[in-house]
Design a protein around this ligand. Structure first.
Ligand code: GLC
Length: 742
């Protein structure tokens, strides 16, 4: 056996960097004890960081890196990945995927840097990051350009399906990234499971030998995919035809995860029978041995443990955080709801992927398919948000959105896809959000609070129908462990610069949809918004307290409160009405005006209310004074008699009012009303809360005289002023019921 691999999620136990290094050294030492002592290559899929290893830095998947349009960043990621891979002994990475994803239904769309060949082509510096300028330097890891050829162009985006294109189209769309990879000295190329016009690429001598090796001049070695040769003859399992066809097509190393003894026997038979010539065997060995020599495996076969400590290092996580921020694509930002204010804000966060490292990392993470949860250390998007805001900001999280109310200034819904890999991620049917996500967003919307949607997904989703109801939309892709980078863009710590690496469909029925195909997308390839506004100024000045509320129209279950408006340097945007009881406050209403109609109160109950003012930055004033209100008993309507007496000294007077309950049941809470016929104005009142609007005068009971028993009376009064005459009111009501006048 010349080489060994870890397939997705095939780790040693325990799964940590040192354990990987020990495993690698174990295999390598065994290889060195064989008669020829030829060191082996150890391959793994480190497709977004060394993603099989717990604790490794998980970078954004390629679709997000394509959105950055930053090849230097991607080369640096290649380098960081190489250090973490080398630190575990592994010397061969099955990356980068240079697939050109043409149909977003494909389960491997997120492994593509983009839908136009120039984008994956531009990202081939990843190979240099991985291998170094030449193989054999410190932490030099063999790269694999994959999957050759046309894996992203299959009909309906079916994984391992059939790419039905003319040769001209195949060359124009899918070949350029491999040309660039060969020019960069990629050490290996992996063959695609897919077919070209019905012929399995694994069996295509034309594509592998004529085009890749002869025309492009590829001098590295060609590796098959996982049991890929078994598919050549159309029957399951490995056969002599499979083996012969694959090796003669130009495959140099065969990935046979299980039937390796059968493979060796079949190949030996084919060679002995002359159906595979020795020169082909020699060519394959020469290619493989050349890369082993160039990598320095003969001189330094064991793990370079000086890199083991780089696994999950702060420096790598900082690089990943920057990559995440650069990968964010802002697709909608109505009213410039983004960036969010870091201070004096009230943010409600919801969604299944808000606090879920597994979801934000996607497939190929610790396990082959990946999975929801927290399989490896990192920063969730919610944690990133919490890390970013100041102490004056409240961040509340509830996955399904329950608990949100209008006191919040913005809601952030982090939704999208759960992890998948390869064909298990194919979406031949609908491509929209699942019902849980839709319900979460609707719950948030019902509060009236602006909603920012973050899509954590491996591809565009079919969201055109819901988009009008969203205030903002950000494509976060699959950011990996460093969710802080998402928060950096949300709050404008990093300005958004991401641009779509794929066309965003208006509906799933448009798939495949690609730049230049004449279809009308929801968002075109290359689209991405920047922030036209800077983060709002941090307004730390709280509004002044509003006036003490006055109560009116008290019934058995409701009361109308109103208060003098507050003032503020930036501008009061609303009020919070609270009930104060035994030292605690209960929210009653949030208003944008200086009044509130409270309903649903309990009959015959004494309440105390107060009000806060809020401003644009979310500052709250001190609490206003309190008003006491006793709801009426609700037992029938009040019948009453009012005696109005004045003591008039010219331009001023006092008004003394006696309210008698002429009914048979107690009045629990009263509101007296009358109108001044002249231009009288009330001043201070007593034994009740007096107020006047125009000529309408209202007096509401104090907390101690709210109850008037049947046949009993209460008095209240006020100081007043007038000019000219001082005619008495001609009508009075108590709780909106007319009273007789004594
Ligand atoms: C998988 C993938 C390939 C991967 C290989 C080893 O099936 O197709 O991308 O490198 O097997 O895990």
């Amino acid at each position: 056996i010349g080489s060994v691999l870890s397939g997705g999620g095939s780790p040693p136990s325990p799964n940590n960097a040192t354990s990987w290094a020990n495993m690698y050294d174990g295999f390598q030492n065994a290889a060195l004890t064989t008669p020829l002592g030829i060191p082996l290559l150890y391959g793994a899929d480190a497709v977004h960081g060394h993603n099989n290893v717990v604790g490794a830095t998980i970078f954004p998947h390629n679709i997000g890196l394509g959105a950055t349009r930053n090849p230097t960043l991607v080369q640096n990621i290649g380098r960081a990945t190489a250090e973490e891979v080398a630190g575990t002994g592994v010397d061969w990475n099955f990356a980068p995927c240079l697939c050109v994803a043409r149909n977003d239904r494909w389960g491997r769309t997120y492994e593509s840097y983009g839908e136009k060949p120039e984008l994956p082509t531009s990202m081939t510096p990843y190979i240099t990051g991985l291998q170094g300028a030449s193989l054999g330097g410190a932490a030099s890891v063999l790269a694999t350009a994959r999957h050759y050829l046309g894996d992203g162009g299959t009909t309906n985006g079916t994984d391992q399906g059939n790419t039905q294109l003319s040769e001209a189209e195949l060359r124009a769309i899918h070949l350029p990234p491999f040309q660039a990879a060969v020019q960069r000295g990629a050490g290996s190329v992996m063959i695609s499971f897919s077919s070209w016009n019905g012929t399995k690429v694994h069996g295509s001598q034309y594509l592998i030998t004529n085009v890749l090796k002869n025309e492009l001049g590829f001098s590295g070695f060609v590796i098959s995919d996982w049991d890929g040769i078994n598919q050549i003859d159309g029957a399951s399992g490995i056969s002599a035809t499979d083996v012969r066809t694959a090796v003669n097509a130009g495959i140099d190393m065969v990935m046979v995860p299980n039937d390796w003894q059968a493979f060796i026997g079949l190949l030996r038979t084919e060679v002995q029978a002359g159906r595979v010539v020795m020169s082909r065997i020699d060519d394959a060995n020469r290619r493989i041995l050349t890369k082993k020599f160039e990598l320095g495996l003969f001189e330094r076969p064991l793990t370079d443990r000086t890199f083991t400590g780089t696994v999950g290092s702060a420096a790598h996580r900082t690089l990943a955080r920057s990559a995440v921020a650069q990968s964010q694509v802002v697709l909608k930002n109505s009213g410039n709801v983004l960036p969010l204010a870091r201070d004096n804000n009230r943010i409600f966060v919801a969604g299944k992927s808000a606090d879920n490292i597994g979801n934000q990392s996607g497939g190929w993470t610790i396990s082959w398919q990946g999975g929801s949860g927290n399989p490896t250390p990192g920063t969730s998007i919610l944690q990133g948000i919490r890390n970013t805001v100041g102490s004056s900001t409240t961040v509340t999280f509830n996955q399904n959105g329950s608990g949100i109310d209008s006191s919040y200034r913005v809601a952030v819904a982090v939704v999208g896809e759960t992890p998948y890999a390869e064909g298990q991620g194919d979406r031949p049917g609908a491509m929209g959000l699942d019902s849980a996500d839709l319900n979460t967003i609707n719950t948030l919307r019902a509060s009236g609070v602006p909603v920012v949607v973050l899509l954590v997904s491996g591809r565009p989703l079919d969201i055109a129908g819901q988009l009008p109801n969203w205030n903002a939309l950000v494509a976060s892709w699959l950011p990996g462990t460093e969710g802080q980078g998402v928060a950096d863009v949300l709050f404008g710590v990093t300005q958004p610069a991401g641009k779509l690496p794929v066309t965003w469909m208006s509906s799933a029925s448009q798939q495949p949809i690609n730049d230049g195909d004449g279809k009308t997308p929801l968002f075109p390839y290359g689209f991405g918004l920047t922030y036209t506004t800077q983060p709002p100024p941090t307004d730390t000045t709280a509004p002044t307290a509003p006036g003490t509320p006055t109560a009116a129209s008290v019934t058995s279950s409701s009361v109308n409160l109103s208060w003098a408006a507050s003032t503020d340097n930036v501008g009061v945007t609303g009020y919070d009405v609270v009930r104060v009881q035994n030292g605690t406050e209960t929210a009653q209403a949030a208003t944008t005006t200086n009044s509130a109609a409270l309903t649903g109160l309990t009959a015959g109950t004494s309440y105390t209310f107060a009000v806060y003012a809020k401003d644009a930055a979310g500052n709250r004033s001190a609490r206003s004074g309190t008003v006491a209100v006793t709801t009426s008993s609700g037992q029938g309507t009040a019948t009453c008699r009012v005696r109005y007496a004045v003591n008039d000294w010219g331009s001023g007077f006092t008004g003394n009012v006696t309210i008698s309950n002429t009914g048979t049941s107690a009045i629990n809470g009263w509101t007296l009303r009358f109108a001044f016929p002249g231009g009288q104005q009330i001043g201070q009142g007593w034994e009740g809360t007096w107020s006047q609007s125009g000529n309408q005068v209202t007096a509401v009971n104090a907390s101690w005289n709210g109850t008037i028993s049947a046949g009993a009376s209460v008095t209240t009064g006020f100081n007043g002023s007038y000019s000219g005459s001082n005619p008495p009111p001609t009508a009075f009501t108590v709780n909106n019921n007319p009273c007789t006048i004594a």
